[in-house]
Design a protein around this ligand. Structure first.
Ligand code: ZN
Length: 461
């Protein structure tokens, strides 16, 4: 995400051998938990299963604001489940089926609790399908802003960071549970639909009774908060960049400020490959739309920019997230600096490699400034501070520059692609990063990271 204001030690597990009668828990089914214990969003995500795939069939009428959908979720149980939860807010649930059989459900807050006729056994693959409809309401968090299904003048755009996905589909909304996504979206003829990944039926859009339907697919694992659909009037440009399709689009009212979006996206994608390693997804792109949320979001494979996209560094930032945040995802929201500090550092590096100030100069300038950098812990900024521009974005980037100065350019520029390779399409935490940096540099880096990430004070140089 980008908002513009101004430019353990390894857990030692003792191995206990318990003597339990063989029949004791083979038949025991119990509920999955209603949350995954994220330190900032404890209710987000659910226990007892792991999602592999979301198949979302959506129909949206911008005139009435009504969204109707069927979400079919393929998951694997991680225990014998008597019932389980999904995150889902607003919208009316009409029917829930598990493995094709009617299931009962109840709702409370953001929890949709599903009780199947017969619960899935540990390690069993199962499908849950949810039919729903209604007028989606975005999440309006006083500290974090507006996310979710957002109505626009000519359609809607869905943006989910950190917990807006539940406003438009039932979801295991936790960054740890990545899955592939397929979308079939029906809209009134004349409107364009964009989403993550690649279109699956270019040229054979189905049209019936004034509605057209389009398929998109994200084939690489994706955290639900990065799921995106954009519906409206768009001018779409297709090309290639870094060996993958580059699909960009802008709302015609933004034509003036979007004229370089396609070209800059290609340039920034190719530049990223040089510094961060192979591009992680099977397409790149970007969408400029009038969403009125005041931020851009790195939705996987195709970021969404709100309004003006004439700043190259904004595009560089969101595309850098494809490596840092999207492919290598945070295990919990506490590690948000692994997304934002890195994407901000990418901006500094882009400037350095394009005749701008060096990252060292940018660092020096910020180090002297009297911002609020030093009042929050970058590695644990708190829920309400997770998108703090100074503490998380800039001090996060400063942390990387401090590391670069400590371990030297050669090791630093091997570390970035090593990091994206090691955790490609997975998730990681800050400790994993420190461990890799220590392994590659041969240095004890705990003092440096402690000072930069875990102290609400200005680190000494
Ligand atoms: Zn960002």
């Amino acid at each position: 995400m980008s908002r513009r204001r101004t430019p353990l030690a390894a857990l030692a597990v003792a191995c206990l051998t318990l003597v339990v009668p063989a029949t004791a828990h083979a038949d025991t089914y119990s509920p999955g938990s209603a949350g995954l214990g994220d330190p900032y969003f404890p209710h987000a995500g659910n226990g007892g299963y792991d999602v592999e795939h979301y198949d979302l069939k959506l129909r949206f009428n911008p005139k009435t604001d009504v969204l109707s959908g069927t979400a079919t979720i393929t998951a694997t149980a991680t225990k014998n489940l008597s019932r389980f939860n999904l995150d889902f807010s607003g919208l009316t649930v009409r029917k829930v089926e598990v493995n094709g059989k009617k299931a009962t459900f109840r709702r409370k807050g953001q929890e949709l609790t599903v009780t199947p006729a017969a619960g899935p056994a540990d390690e069993a693959k199962f499908t849950v399908s949810v039919q729903y409809d209604g007028k989606p309401k975005p999440v309006n968090d006083p500290e974090l802003g507006v996310t979710g299904w957002i109505h626009t003048k000519d359609g809607a755009t869905a943006l989910g960071e950190p917990d807006g996905a539940r406003t438009w589909f039932p979801v295991n909304d936790n960054p740890k549970d990545k899955a592939t996504f397929a979308y079939t979206v029906s809209v009134p003829v004349g409107l364009t639909v964009l989403a993550n990944g690649e279109p699956r039926n270019t040229g054979i859009v189905r049209v019936r009774n004034g509605w057209s339907s389009v398929k998109w697919e994200m084939r690489e694992p994706m955290a639900p908060y990065l799921a995106m659909v954009a519906i409206g009037k768009f001018k779409v440009t297709q090309g290639t960049a870094a060996g993958v399709p580059n699909i960009t689009a802008y709302d015609p009212v933004l034509a003036k400020t979007s004229k370089y979006l396609h070209r800059t996206t290609a340039k920034a994608t190719e530049w990223g490959v040089k510094h961060f390693g192979p591009y992680p997804f099977s397409s790149t792109g970007g969408i400029a739309d009038k969403v009125d949320v005041g931020y851009a979001l790195e939705t996987q494979g195709r970021p969404v920019y709100d309004g003006d996209v004439s700043d190259d560094l904004l595009i560089v930032h969101e595309l850098a997230h494809q490596w840092f945040g999207n492919s290598v995802g945070p295990q919990t929201w506490r590690d948000i600096w692994l997304n934002e500090g890195f994407a901000t550092y990418a901006e500094w590096l882009y400037e350095e490699t394009h005749n701008g100030p060096t990252a060292k100069q940018t660092f020096a300038k910020l180090y002297k400034s009297k911002g609020e950098f030093w009042q929050l812990k970058t590695g644990n900024p708190g829920r309400n501070g997770m998108f703090d521009w100074e503490a998380v974005y800039q001090r996060g980037a400063m942390t990387l520059q401090a590391l670069r100065q400590k371990i030297g350019d050669e090791t630093f520029f091997e570390l970035l692609p090593a990091w994206t390779e090691k955790h490609r399409h997975g998730t990681a935490n800050t400790r994993d990063f420190i461990d890799l940096a220590e392994e590659m540099s041969g240095l004890d880096l705990d003092p440096l990271f402690n000072a930069w990430l875990y102290k609400a004070a200005k680190p000494k140089l």
